[in-house]
Structure formats: structure tokens, C-alpha cells
Design a protein around this ligand. Structure first.
Ligand SMILES: [Zn+2]
Length: 297
């Protein structure tokens, strides 16, 4: 799998402004799925990963709801990502493919997520893919980090990605001080990080991607689900700020699902060395295309 994935940054420019283009128009057998996230495994999965996926899907389903509609998806094999099976079906809401594969050996990248199709009506993902690095699964589990990584990747698959918030005009600040500008997330940030005097809500600024880096700024947020690394002792809490993000991009949100969280940076006394990186985990093989929902008759 190594080097097959292409940086999202390179391809994103071709995506912005592409509303309702590249629609998949074929129809297929009607699926029976009616929930929010349909997880479909494409490889053998360890019991620990399957348990973490089930918990994460349940938690995100409780937190987020949105009837995105039914989508006719007709894709040849490997058109979204390497190893993707041919798809010819009508699917409701998000279809998330999950597999375990060799990415880069132990350490560095732990997982990769890409969004392949977005709803043209809601600009929310309807087809995503996550790959977990086989070499890191056992160590993530042993360090107690697996559940947080799975929750993190599923957040990308659900829309914590530039294809949603940049397309909706919910970001700014350029390379030097990127931020997410959704009103709900900003309001929640103000409640829990009033000490911060910069422009909220700060996105990661360490890699020069500007708002195209779909992570909260680690130097401000400290231990939170959507920062770009994991480390021993981090709890990766799901904050109301992240839930506010999902409200801002269009989901209905149950804020009671949030973990307790205050915006506390990593100061010297509580500095934690990263043990695994999620910094480049949001990547694309092809730019996501838009699909129009079928109209119920
Ligand atoms: Zn990430």
C-alpha cells in the first residue's frame, strides 16, 4: 500500500467548486441498510479492531444523525482506492469500507482514511475508506490507543475533512493561522478555551497545508480526539467542539455524547511525546466526486 496513496493536498484543488459533477447515475439492487454508518470489511479484521469499530460506529451514530438519502453507486473495482471491490448498489447514508493492510511498518502512519463520494445536496460523505496498518494494530491495542484512533478515523470518514468544510466556506486563515469558522464549534470552543486569544477554532498549522489539514491544532488543544497524534496516556476525548464541527457541517448532533474536555495545551509539565502519527492519515487516491441523492417517489 505504501506510496499508492496520493496526498489530498495535491488533489483537493480539483475538487473545490465541483458541485454535482461526476454523478454516478447507475441504479442497482436496493440495499437494506437504514442506519448512519454502514461498516463493510474488505479484509480479515482482528477481534480488537472489530470491537473498536463497533463501539465507534455506535458512538458516532448516537452523536450524529442525518438522513442523507439513497444513492445509486456504480463503480468499477479500484476506482476509489486500491482494493476497492466493484460496487453496484443503491445505498442509504454512509458506506464505510475498512481493511487492514501493510502501510509503512511499525510506527509513523497508523491508519489512512479517504472520502470517495460526497452528497451533492449536503456535501457530506456517502462513501469512505479506512485502512489500518497491520504492523501497528497490536501495539495500538496494547497501549490503549486503538479506540481513539478508530474514533478519529471514523470522524474523517464522516466528514472531518476539507471536502466538507472548505467546500462550505467554513475555514480561513491561510497557511499561517488556519481556522475553522463554524458558529457552533466556535461557540463551544469559547466555552472551554476562553484563554485563547487567536482566531478560533485553530486548525493544525505545522505542515503548511492551511485549512486543508483536517486536524485541530495540537499546540492549542492538547489531548483531544482530532489532534494529529496519539501518545501513551492520552485519552483522545471527543469534545463538544468537535461535535460542534459536525453540527456546523450539517449533521444533527446529540451533545450529551461529548466527553468532559477543556482546552489545555501541552505545557512542559504534561508534555507527552507522540507515539504514533495521524498527521498524514487523511489522504485521497482520487478527488471525491459528488453524487445526487435519489428522490423518493
Ligand atoms: Zn487524522
Amino acid at each position: 500500500m505504501k506510496r499508492i496513496f496520493v496526498r489530498h493536498l495535491i488533489l483537493f484543488a480539483a475538487t473545490v467548486g465541483c458541485v454535482a459533477c461526476g454523478s454516478d447515475s447507475a441504479t442497482g439492487p436496493k440495499g437494506g441498510f437504514t442506519g448512519q454508518i454502514d461498516v463493510r470489511y474488505l479484509s480479515d479484521i482482528t477481534p480488537a479492531l472489530q470491537t473498536a469499530m463497533t463501539i465507534a460506529a455506535g458512538r458516532w451514530t448516537q452523536a450524529l444523525s442525518k438522513n442523507l438519502g439513497d444513492f445509486a453507486i456504480n463503480l468499477p473495482a479500484n476506482s476509489c482506492f486500491p482494493g476497492q471491490p466493484p460496487i453496484n448498489e443503491t445505498h442509504h447514508n454512509l458506506l464505510l469500507f475498512v481493511s487492514v493492510a501493510n502501510i509503512d511498518g511499525q510506527g509513523t502512519a497508523l491508519a489512512l482514511t479517504a472520502v470517495c463520494r460526497l452528497s451533492s445536496r449536503d456535501t457530506l460523505p456517502i462513501l469512505s475508506n479506512t485502512v489500518f496498518d497491520r504492523a501497528d494494530l497490536d501495539s495500538m491495542d496494547a497501549r490503549g490507543e486503538l479506540q481513539g484512533v478508530v474514533m478519529h478515523e471514523m470522524a474523517h470518514a464522516l466528514g472531518f475533512d476539507p471536502g466538507t468544510y472548505v467546500t462550505k466556506g467554513l475555514s480561513g486563515g491561510g497557511v499561517s493561522d488556519p481556522f475553522f469558522s463554524g458558529v457552533t464549534s466556535r461557540s463551544e470552543f469559547a466555552k472551554h478555551g476562553a484563554w485563547y486569544t487567536g482566531v478560533a477554532v485553530p486548525l493544525e498549522d505545522m505542515r503548511g497545508r492551511g485549512p486543508l489539514d483536517p486536524h485541530w491544532r495540537s499546540s492549542v488543544f492538547g489531548d483531544e480526539l482530532m489532534i494529529s497524534f496519539v501518545g501513551r496516556g492520552l485519552k483522545s476525548p471527543l469534545s463538544s467542539i468537535t461535535l460542534g464541527f459536525f453540527k456546523d457541517i450539517g449533521y444533527d448532533v446529540d451533545f450529551s455524547v461529548a466527553d468532559p474536555y477543556e482546552v489545555v495545551p501541552f505545557f512542559g509539565g504534561n508534555r507527552i511525546l507522540p507515539e504514533g502519527s495521524l498527521r498524514n492519515d487523511f489522504q485521497q487516491t482520487t478527488p471525491p466526486k459528488f453524487v445526487s441523492p435519489l428522490i423518493a417517489r
